[in-house]
Each structure stands twice: as C-alpha cells, then as structure tokens.
Write a protein that binds this ligand. Sequence first.
Ligand code: BEZ
Length: 266
Amino acid sequence: MKQTWDTDLYQGSHSFVWQLGQGVVDWLDPQPGEHILDLGCGSGQLTQAIADRGAIVIGIDGDAAMVTAAQQQFPDLTFQVADARSFTVASPVDGVFSNAVLHWVAAADQPAVAQSIWAALKPGGRFVAEFGGHGNMGQVMAALATARAELGHGPSPAEPWYFPTVGTYAQVLEAQGFELRFANLRDRPTPLEGETGLVNWVTMFAGRFLADLTPAQQQAVLTHMATALRPRLYQGGRWFADYRRLGVVAVKPIPPDSPWDGAVRG
Ligand code: BEZ
C-alpha cells in the first residue's frame, strides 16, 4: 500500500515509532562486521542504531522523501529507495531487520516480501521484525467508526493494514521455508505526545478515514472519538495508542548437506 509521510512529524511527535524499536535492535543483536539490511528504514534512526553496534548496514524504504531525510541526517550510512516486495541485494546479508513497516503491506503481498527477505539472506541468516499484530489500534479504529456513524457520515472505509495473528504470519514465513524461532503478540500501549496526541495520530496515520469529510466534519468526528476514548486511553495526563505488536525471529536454515562453516551457534 502506498503511504506518503510527513518526515518532520515522523521524526518529531511520532518519534516513538523508532524510539520503541530499540528493543527490536536488541533482538537482532547485530555483531561487528555483520551485514544487515534495514527493511523500511524510515528516517534512519534504527539504521544508525544498528551501525552503532559495528554492523555494516543498508537502509531501504519505499518512500523517497524518507530516504532523502535519512540520508541527510545520517550521511555516513547507505540508504536506497526500494519496494519491500521486490528488493534485491548485491550480496547476501547476515540479517534482515524491520520495525513498524510490514503492517503497511497487503496480505496478498506478504509472500512476495517473505520471498525477497529469503533471497537477501545467507543460509543461517536471520529475519527479525516487529509490526502491528492482530487487534492493533482496535479501540481507536472502532471509536472512529462509531463517531462517523453517530454523526451521520456512514461507514468507515476498509482498514488498509495487515495485522495478523501469530499463526497467520507463521504460515507466511514457513511457506517460504523459514524456521520460526520466536513469535509473540503483545499489548504495547504507546504514549502519544501532548493533549492532541491521539488526534495527531489519527490525522497522520488514519487520515483516509476522514478524507471524504469537510474540515469541520473531521474536527467533529475527531472530538467525538476522543471523548469516547478518554476514559480508556487517557491515563495520568497523556494519551496512549492501543498498539499490539507482533514480534518474530526467523532463520533461513542452512541446508543439511552444507559443509560446516566453523561457526558455533549458541
Ligand atoms: C502501527 O505502527 O501499529 C501503525 C501505524 C500506522 C497505522 C497503523 C498502525
């Protein structure tokens, strides 16, 4: 799915996207000298975090403005515009990393993404990712739909995102040949910045659900939605997004007839 980004907002009030991705870098555990591909690198902060561990990293993203912003901010790193469904690498890498990206790829395209990741990895290489899982933003999207309906604006358009269960996504990876080493779906309530944090989130990420309305109607729907959600998602003076994260670690197996490469894998 094509989504364009406000790169300033992404790096500013939506900086939680990459700040909360630091834990995914820990799962990846990049080692000095390893070659890593950051799939959907956005504005490049996690690409830099991977490079800070001594790995040789390339960031790719489908959004040219993001790649330009990443390259300006981290001129020593390599970034390229590429499509998650069809990217290729010059030589196979030790790891493919992806944070908060794969929910933007339609279900029908997920096998192509898995195939591209597989082709990019060395045998024994790992794929480490986190993205929105089943039920992600369920309360917000339900409240938005209710607000539209109660204010007489008809049903919301269908959600464009892919928020799979563990089982559904495991099937995608296993059909490609990956060995799933870890998969976890968890609630991760995500703090948003400021009194308008929730409205900012909806405006940036879910604007399509308001696109058919006038600015005044949009404002009314957003206010209605926020009023309904305040008792549940406004805690201790701040808004929380009801994120649910699906984390996975999968390995491209070394073919059983390969000679031992001398590595000791714990
Ligand atoms: C997410 O990171 O979970 C997300 C971001 C934008 C839209 C939907 C979900």
